[in-house]
Design a protein around this ligand. Structure first.
Ligand code: HGY
Ligand code: MN
Ligand code: MN
Length: 413
């Protein structure tokens, strides 16, 4: 039975971690940034050295093919992959594991001179973390980009996608050309760390993912009146930050109480203007994110939070502007792919459970065009999106071998 070369996989994970490495550990490697482009060049060289075809599509997705050098409905490919961009001060496995384990699987299959019935392709999807717009590369591949929005897509700090892609040598207007031909993908399976505590605390080595949450993001702008922080009487202040803070606390309560028990929410971006200590904030901006496995719940929560914001504005005499900025829908994973994952676990003698993913993933775009699924391995202590994100080396090897078995099953169909 073909197995992965674990030493080679661990070596590649360590090599990729160098690009954007932080002094105290962890990595910051946003898409289209110089460290990201260095990592792209390194990945393309690794794909070629593994004896695979390597190419980059107009959305910046990196692809490596065994038996394919492009996508065609004449020979639907079995696709795997994930992403090599990271959050700021993130871990070295989020995304990287799925790309490098996928590369290792195709490398091991080629070395074993196995000739699967279907071509196999590994992808590194661009901007999964959504610095400029969530799941950008896989959204483009699946033909779901909002083309009209591309010129105005920007990071929270204002940098435009068009400028970031141009700096890396890409024309953002051409990204929609990355859309795969209909019927060109037979199935998709992605290996990822769970990024939460459930597998680790249950002591279960592998999960087949059965669904992936939807993620909604809105930008809220609270407009009060800048004033002198010392001389303005307290009862005459129109403090935009206090309105935003009031909203943040009450929106969290609302989502926890009315979200059906599996909804979560976060406010990770806050801007206060003019942002100096001796001026009452005239303007405050929040990016509010919420997630749920159920789309109706998400819509209900979004509307309730919008009503809350307006109510706070009315009571505090603060202007409120609400912009819905991004939305991904919850998806069910393919029972066929889940069955292939479970069969691979059985063959390896590994216990396997089923989980819903509380994180968003590229697989939820691929689920719109093909049968898609995911394999999770435990995150030690449930840690992720932090520099001490880690999984045991044995867990990484187990996950890669389950991915290999799953790919071989799907490629033999
Ligand atoms: O945010 C997420 O859920 C994923 O890690 N990008
Ligand atoms: Mn992530
Ligand atoms: Mn990820």
């Amino acid at each position: 039975m073909t197995t992965v070369n674990a030493a080679r996989l661990h070596a590649r994970i360590a090599s990729l971690a160098r690009f954007g490495a932080l002094p105290g550990g962890g990595v910051t490697r946003p898409c289209w940034s110089p460290p990201y482009e260095e990592a792209r060049a390194w990945l393309l060289a690794e794909i070629r050295a593994a004896g695979l075809s390597a190419w980059v599509d107009p959305a910046g997705n990196v692809l490596g093919g065994l038996g394919a050098s492009s996508f065609s409905a004449a020979a639907p490919a079995v696709l795997t992959g994930s992403h090599i961009d990271t959050v700021p001060e993130g871990g070295i496995l989020d995304g990287a594991l799925g790309v490098l384990a996928g590369l290792e699987c195709l490398h091991a299959i080629r070395e074993a001179s196995a000739t699967p019935r279907r071509p196999l392709v590994v992808a590194a999807w661009s901007d999964e973390e959504g610095r400029y717009g969530s799941l950008f590369g896989s959204r483009a591949f699946c033909g779901r980009l909002d083309v009209a929005a591309i010129p105005t897509m920007a990071a929270a700090d204002g940098e435009r996608l068009v400028d970031a892609m141009a700096r890396a040598g890409f024309d953002a207007a051409r990204a929609p050309a990355a859309a795969a031909p209909a019927g060109a993908v037979h199935a998709y399976v992605e290996l990822h760390i769970e990024q939460g505590p459930r597998l680790d605390e249950a002591g279960v080595p592998i999960a087949a993912v059965d669904s992936i949450v939807g993620v909604r993001r809105s930008r809220l702008i609270f407009r009060g009146q800048a004033d002198h922080a010392g001389t303005t009487p307290m009862d005459r202040r129109r403090d935009a930050f206090l309105a935003a803070a009031d909203y943040a606390l009450r929106a969290r309560e609302l989502v926890v109480e009315r979200g059906g028990g599996r909804s979560v929410t976060n406010i990770g971006v806050v801007y206060v203007h003019p942002g100096v200590s001796n001026i009452v904030p005239g303007r405050a901006e929040l990016v509010h994110e919420m997630r749920s496995p159920d789309d109706d719940t998400l819509e209900h929560l979004a509307r309730a939070c919008e009503a809350l914001a307006r109510d706070i504005g009315d009571k505090r005499g603060i202007g409120v502007e609400i912009q819905r900025t991004s939305a991904t829908t919850p998806v069910a994973c393919s029972p066929r792919v889940q069955a292939a994952v479970v069969a691979a676990c059985t063959q390896l003698g590994l216990p396997c459970t089923t989980l819903y993913s509380a994180a968003g993933h590229d697989a939820q775009n691929l689920a719109l065009i093909t049968d898609a699924g995911m394999v999770f391995i435990p995150s030690h202590g449930g840690k992720s999106h932090r520099v001490d994100e880690i999984s045991d080396p044995e867990a990484i090897e187990r996950g890669a071998n389950v991915l290999l078995g799953t790919l071989l099953t799907l490629a033999a169909e």
